[in-house]
Design a protein around this ligand. Structure first.
Ligand code: FES
Ligand SMILES: [Fe+2]
Length: 414
């Protein structure tokens, strides 16, 4: 049974909350590079961990992520002038650089040094893989960016898209560690009911790792074969899941990294970074983001009941929700729980074993920050973690062998 206190502990993300403090100890995605693609382009609003910010790319291409509200009297810098290496408030012309220094206060007397006494909130940014990452924690505790696979992969081998999720981040990420739902929610062929009955109740395991945890699901295919899937959870809220057998980019050895980034307590930015060993064509890129509009809102959403088709549900699909990617079906399952699901009302079974492990991983990491210790895999100086071989894996193994053999045979770490 999950208590009200535990639910609050794991779902609140504003400054000063346990999970808010944990998330602020890592580099997290703030927005996509394409949202501010050119120097001096229009600034964009960024809501992140309950804070209202504005992002801009200055004349030299440097990215700034500032408190949205001007330090003078609070006008939104979203409406500001992005010019000559700074963002200028349109109310009285105060101008900020990407580090939050006040460069000019033109309405003050010429000899005033007022501006030197003010520092505007600004978070450091780091751009890689088409994503602008930011660090919102204490400056002296800023970690290095781990060497993930996507840090050094050529741009044409990656595709990234983000989508708005209208609920708390934990509901979203729990879906990635809920192996049994894939057999139901994502069943798009009811004719394969035999498979549903066979696959619906996998054996589950979870293990703590240096980066967070890994979840393992094992489905019996026959007396002597098992289908094994292994999914890493990387703190603070990243996951790698093996694609379903029907995944679009499957034939090119694709793998997808997901980031579940709290916008605030009741909404989330969900990023999917797909990587593979062959370039993506423009058509594939367009198809891979055809499920969101220009504001990154899903075409299928709560407002239109996810375009659920009851006839399709009767005849072909378990959910009745057509999807370009399975995450569209996941969104119906997780958003419909409510903005922040009240977990005191849930009834967890065996199939929720890896979700319980996920919550415990977050809980322990947040507690270690509360107690003044470093959270997992945070390295402030020296050589950072090499996560470049970290993958989700899936495959068929002889029934009595350990899932570890799968990772070893694929020459990856999990
Ligand atoms: S409120 Fe921004 S310059 Fe006055
Ligand atoms: Fe799913």
């Amino acid at each position: 049974m999950f208590s009200r206190e535990e639910n609050e502990f794991l779902t609140r993300v504003a400054p000063g909350t346990p999970i808010g403090n944990l998330m602020r100890r890592y580099w997290i995605p703030a927005l996509l590079s394409e949202e501010i693609s050119l120097p001096d382009c229009a600034p964009v609003r960024v809501r992140l961990l309950g804070e209202d910010l504005v992002a801009f790319r200055n004349s030299n291409g440097k990215i700034g992520l500032l408190d949205e509200h001007c330090s003078h009297r609070g006008t939104s810098l979203f409406f500001g002038r992005n010019e000559a290496c700074g963002l200028r408030c349109i109310y009285h012309g105060w101008k900020y650089d990407v580090e939050g220094n006040v460069l000019e206060t033109p309405a003050e007397p010429a000899d005033s040094d007022f501006k030197k006494k003010i520092h505007h909130t600004a978070y450091p940014c780091h751009e890689t893989a088409g994503i602008v990452f930011t660090y919102m924690g204490p400056p002296q505790k800023m970690p290095l960016m781990p060497a993930y696979e996507w840090v050094s992969l050529p741009a044409d081998r990656m595709h990234v898209v983000k989508a708005y999720l209208d609920c708390n981040y934990l509901q979203g990420i729990e879906g990635d560690f809920d192996s049994s739902h894939t057999s139901f929610l994502h069943c798009n062929n009811l004719a394969d009911l035999a498979r549903l009955n066979r696959d619906g109740a996998p054996a589950l395991e979870a293990e703590a790792t240096e980066y967070g945890m890994r979840a393992i699901s094992i489905r019996k295919l026959s007396a002597d074969q098992s289908y094994v899937r292994i999914s890493p959870f990387i703190l603070p809220a990243f996951s790698i899941v093996p694609g379903p057998a029907t995944a679009k980019f499957e034939e090119h050895d694709s793998r997808a990294f997901r980031f579940w980034i709290p916008r605030d307590d009741t909404s989330t930015w969900f990023y999917i970074l797909t990587m593979r060993d062959a370039p993506f064509s423009d058509d594939e890129r367009a198809a891979a983001r055809s499920w969101v509009d220009s504001n990154y809102r899903r075409v299928r959403n709560a407002g239109n009941d996810y375009l659920q088709d009851r006839e399709l549900q009767k005849t072909r699909s378990y959910s009745g929700i057509k999807a370009v990617i399975p995450a569209e079906q996941d969104a119906c399952a997780t958003e419909s729980m409510g903005p922040v699901y009240d977990r005191t009302r849930e009834h967890l079974g065996y199939s929720d074993k890896t979700i319980i492990a996920l919550r415990k991983t977050l809980l322990l990491a947040a507690k270690s920050v509360q107690e003044g210790r470093k959270p997992p895999h945070v390295i402030v100086d020296g050589k950072d973690n090499d996560f470049s071989r970290l993958r989700a894996v899936k495959g068929v193994l002889p029934a009595n062998s350990s899932w570890r053999e799968l990772a070893e045979s694929e020459k990856v770490t999990v």
